[in-house]
Design a protein around this ligand. Structure first.
Ligand code: LLP
Length: 434
């Protein structure tokens, strides 16, 4: 298994943030999400230091759907970046962390009226309008509340990036945004521009997630700059901002060549500067929205091995005390991960095994045919790169309580999200009259 951030072997035991996983398991139990705080901070710093230009302002918006907790909001605050939300629940959680709501930008292809009202009541930074229908609803709510709001318009630029079908967002048939190939696009934008309760900042796009094909992002830049120019000329208006979304691919297994954040951010900036100049545009601010690439490699999930089993068919299973309830990605996207027997890191990884969860579901496999050291009951298996879309997509199937999240740094661990209790699982559950 590739070691990330502060991961280190200490006398045969894996340590993260200077804390041995055996200590973490004893203190917090398993399954356990472990977040390497220093690596999150390093990733944010890489974005901040490299996505910057002398020609325009830049902004980093952390995509909170990747992993949202009060602690991550604190880090967003500490590094003075912004954060996005796509639901009332995310808005509420961010507010509860104490982060200034001006830092929040609201997405969503089907924002409810209640969510739009929340955006106005919380006075968030901006709303990214998804479609024409939303313009009308938002306008009405703004009028009722007598409030003005900053908005961007999500456009679909039709780039077919190479990633899993479910996480592509910019194909012509995507549910997100209004297509730039739609002949009514200028008319739709005009509705926003003419609305006195809205301040139009510019266009937003997001071409998909876990993308390695850097050409797709470069095509995105070209397309966004050209579209900004085209619409600003058609409507005779100044459009100050461009938001390019997130989606930068990370390493899960040897099959992945991660995007080098520092290098790629510099090349995006260079390309942006050139295109903006070539189109003779005045752009005030360019934004990106990385989620996965900030937290994925910084997070790991620690499990205890229950039993092992070799089937009649010859598959050797390692059974762990979590599974698709804390990591749905293998079942949903055939996502692959690397893992290690974390209390035996010096033992050679010589067994081909399948790491299976405890749900009543044959697809509840976290690793299929992976190479691990011989693991026995009571050993600790650590699965790497679960920091993004692990906890945030966790669920309670088979009434599994969601695991705790612990942050580690400089030899210290801090509980960040408590493990759910059985009582938590039935908190909203009521008997009925029979
Ligand atoms: N901005 C927008 C508008 C997005 O929709 C997303 C992700 C991002 C930014 C952040 O993308 P990232 O940098 O994290 O790739 N559940 C899937 C990923 C879904 C991504 C949805 N949108 C997974 O587990 O792979």
């Amino acid at each position: 298994m590739k070691l990330f951030g502060t991961m280190k072997a200490e006398n045969g035991i894996l340590a993260i943030g200077g804390v041995k996983v055996t200590e973490l398991a004893a203190k917090y139990g398993t399954p356990l999400y472990i977040m390497d705080q220093a690596l999150i901070e390093e990733n944010i710093t890489k974005y901040k230091n490299n996505f910057k230009s002398t020609k325009f302002d830049t902004s980093i918006v952390y995509a909170s759907k990747a992993f949202l907790s009060k602690a991550i909001c604190q880090l967003v605050g500490k590094y003075d970046i912004d954060i996005d939300a796509v639901s009332g629940g995310e808005l509420y959680s961010i507010k509860a962390s104490g982060l200034p709501m001006k830092k929040v930008h609201m997405h969503g292809n089907n924002k409810t009226n209640e969510e739009l009202e929340m955006c106005l009541d919380y006075e968030i930074g901006s709303i990214i309008i998804d479609n024409e229908e939303e313009i009308g609803r938002l306008s009405k709510i703004c009028k009722e509340k007598d409030k003005k709001v900053k908005v961007m318009m999500r456009i679909n630029i039709g780039i077919d990036a190479h990633t899993h079908e479910y996480i592509k967002t910019s194909k012509h048939s995507s549910k997100f945004g209004e297509s730039i190939f739609d002949e009514r696009i200028t008319e739709i934008v005009e509705k926003i521009v003419k609305d006195e309760n809205m301040e139009f900042l510019g266009f937003h796009c997001h071409i998909g997630s876990q993308i390695f094909d850097t050409k797709a992002f470069h095509e995105g830049i070209e397309s966004m700059v050209k579209e900004t120019k085209k619409i600003s000329e058609a409507l005779g208006i100044y459009i100050p901002e461009i938001n390019l979304g997130g989606g930068f691919g990370v390493y899960y297994t040897e099959k992945d060549t991660a995007i080098d954040i520092e290098q790629f951010m510099r090349s995006m900036i260079e390309h942006l500067e050139k295109s903006i100049e070539a189109e003779k545009l005045e752009i005030k601010k360019v934004t990106i929205e990385p989620g996965r690439s900030i937290v994925a490699n910084a997070g790991s999930t620690l499990y205890t091995v229950g039993g092992t089993k070799t089937t009649y068919g010859g598959v050797k299973y390692i059974f762990i005390d979590g599974g698709m309830t804390d990591n749905i990605r293998p079942a949903l996207y055939q996502a692959e991960y690397e893992s290690i027997v974390a209390n035996k890191v010096d033992a050679p990884a010589e067994e081909i095994v399948t790491v299976a969860g405890k749900c009543c579901e044959s697809g509840d496999l976290i690793i299929k045919d992976g190479k691990l050291a011989k693991a026995e009951t009571g050993d600790l298996v650590l699965v790497a790169t679960t920091g993004a879309y692990g906890h945030s997509m966790s669920n309670n199937y088979n009434k599994a309580p969601k695991p705790a999240v612990v942050f580690v740094k400089d030899g210290k661990s801090t509980l960040s999200i408590k493990r759910e209790s059985f009582e938590d699982l039935i908190r909203n559950d009521m008997l009925i009259d029979l």
